[in-house]
Design a binder for this molecule. Structure first.
Ligand code: ADP
Ligand code: DP6
Ligand code: CO
Length: 359
C-alpha cells in the first residue's frame, strides 16, 4: 500500500487464480447468503495463463460512491447485492481495526475504487467469477491491511460468487457446504497443496470465448426449482463422491480421481438438461473433446485423462505430466489445438496449457 501527497490515495494490487471444480457446486440453499446445497472440490490453476488482476484504492477525495471497473467498463455495483455484501463485510473488519487503534487512517470511511481485468474470457464458463471475486476480496483486504486468514476471507468471497471462496487457496480446495443457517461454517479449506501431486496438469481448451446465455447464478436456481435428478445428486451422489475424491487425491490415484471428475461433470450437465426449460452449456465441440478423452483412455489401456466442464462449453482436461505426450499431444493432433503454451492469441478456438498451483 502506498500513500501519495494530499489528498491521500491508498492502493493495493493483487492477482487471483481460476479454480476448476472436479465436484461441482450447483445449487443454493440460501440465495441471500449464497450458501450451497452441496459441498464441492476444485483444483486451483496456476496464474501463468489465466488470472484476474485487481487494484483497489480509496481516498477521501473520491466521489462518494464505491465503483468497480471490469475489463475497462464501469459496472453497476450499487444494484449488485453480492458485491456490496463483500465490500461492507471488508469495511466492517477495517472499522474494527480503526476502533481499536486510533492512529490508523480511517480508510473504512473513504469511497473505494476497484479496477479489475481478466486476461481470459469473462462469463464463458472459465470461472471468471471465482478469480474475479477472490481478487476483489484479496485486494480490498490488502488495502485495509486485514489480518484475516484466507479461510476467514473465503466466507466473504463466497458472498460475491460461491466458487470464489475456493480461489483464495492453492492446490486442492474443498468448499464445505456447512450446516448453520448464518453460513458461518460454509468455508473453503485446502485439502492438499499443489506440491502434494506435482505431476498434475490441466489443459484448458477454449472452445468459445462468448458470454454464456444463462449465467451460473440463474442456471442453478432453475435447476434447484425444476430438476427431478437434482435432489438425488445433492443427497447421495455428491457426498459419496466428495469422500472418494478426497481419498483419490490423498493417494494420488489418478484413475480414480479422473473417473469421479468426469462422472461429476456429466451428472452436473445432466441436471442442467433435466432443468425446465433445459439448460445447455456444452456444445458439439465440447462433446467431441469428451469422446476424444474416452478414446485416448481406451487406446492407452488405462485412464490418463479426465475432462470437466463448468457452466460453459470450454473443456478442462486433467492429466499427469508423464502422460503429456499421450494427452496434450493427441488433443493437439486431433483437435488442432495450440497446446504448447500461451499462443498470444487467446481467442483462438483451442488454446493453452496451465498447471495447478498458485505460483
Ligand atoms: P463464469 O463462468 O465466468 O464464472 P459467471 O456467470 O459465474 O461466469 O459469472 C460472471 C460474472 O462474474 C460477470 O458477469 C461479473 O459480474 C463477475 N465477474 C467476472 N470477473 C470479475 C472480476 N474480475 N471482478 C468482479 N466481478 C467479476
Ligand atoms: C459450474 O460460483 O459462478 O462453475 O455463486 O451464483 O456466483 P454464483 O455461481 P458460481 O457457480 C459455479 C458453478 C460451476 C461449478 C463450480 O465452480 O463448482
Ligand atoms: Co462463475
Amino acid at each position: 500500500m502506498a500513500a501519495s501527497s494530499t489528498p491521500s490515495v491508498y492502493r493495493a494490487t493483487t492477482t487471483a487464480p481460476v479454480n476448476i471444480a472436479v465436484i461441482k457446486y450447483w445449487g443454493k440453499r440460501d440465495t441471500t447468503l449464497n450458501l450451497p446445497t452441496n459441498s464441492s472440490l476444485s483444483v486451483t490453476l496456476s496464474q501463468r495463463s489465466l488470472r484476474t488482476l485487481t487494484t483497489a484504492s480509496c481516498s477521501p477525495s473520491y466521489p462518494a460512491e464505491d465503483t468497480l471497473n471490469l475489463n475497462g467498463k464501469p459496472q453497476e455495483i450499487q444494484s449488485s447485492k453480492r458485491t456490496l455484501a463483500c465490500l461492507s463485510s471488508l469495511r466492517a473488519l477495517r472499522k474494527s481495526l480503526e476502533d481499536a487503534d486510533s492512529s490508523l487512517p480511517p480508510l473504512s470511511t473513504f469511497p473505494l475504487r476497484i479496477v479489475s481485468e481478466n486476461n481470459f474470457p469473462t462469463a464463458a464458463g472459465l470461472a471468471s467469477s471465482a478469480a474475479g471475486f477472490a481478487a476483489l476480496v484479496r485486494a480490498v483486504a490488502d488495502l485495509y491491511q486485514l489480518p484475516q486468514t484466507p479461510r476467514e476471507l473465503s466466507r466473504i468471497a463466497r458472498q460475491g460468487s460461491g466458487s470464489a471462496c475456493r480461489s483464495l487457496m492453492g492446490g486442492y480446495v474443498a468448499w464445505r457446504s456447512g450446516e448453520l443457517v448464518d453460513g458461518s461454517d460454509s468455508l473453503a479449506e485446502e485439502v492438499a497443496p499443489a506440491s502434494h501431486w506435482p505431476e498434475m496438469r490441466a489443459l484448458v481448451l477454449v472452445v468459445s470465448a462468448e458470454k454464456k446465455d444463462v449465467p451460473s447464478t440463474e442456471g442453478m436456481q432453475t435447476t434447484v426449482a425444476t430438476s427431478e435428478l437434482f435432489a438425488q445428486r445433492v443427497s447421495s451422489v455428491v457426498p459419496e463422491r466428495m469422500a472418494a475424491i478426497e481419498d483419490a487425491i490423498r493417494d494420488r490415484d489418478f484413475p480414480k480421481f479422473a473417473e469421479i471428475t468426469m462422472r461429476d461433470s456429466n451428472t452436473f450437465h445432466a441436471t442442467c438438461l433435466d432443468s425446465w426449460p433445459p439448460i445447455f452449456y456444452m456444445n458439439d465441440v465440447s462433446r467431441a473433446a469428451v469422446r476424444l478423452v474416452h478414446d485416448i483412455n481406451r487406446a492407452a489401456g488405462r485412464t490418463v485423462a479426465a475432462y470437466t466442464y463448468d457452466a460453459g462449453p470450454n473443456s478442462v482436461i486433467y492429466y499427469e505430466e508423464k502422460d503429456s505426450e499421450l494427452v496434450a499431444g493427441t488433443v493437439k493432433a486431433i483437435l488442432g489445438a495450440d497446446v504448447d503454451g500461451w499462443s498470444g492469441s487467446f481467442y483462438e478456438p483451442l488454446a493453452n496449457v496451465t498447471a495447478p498451483g498458485v505460483p
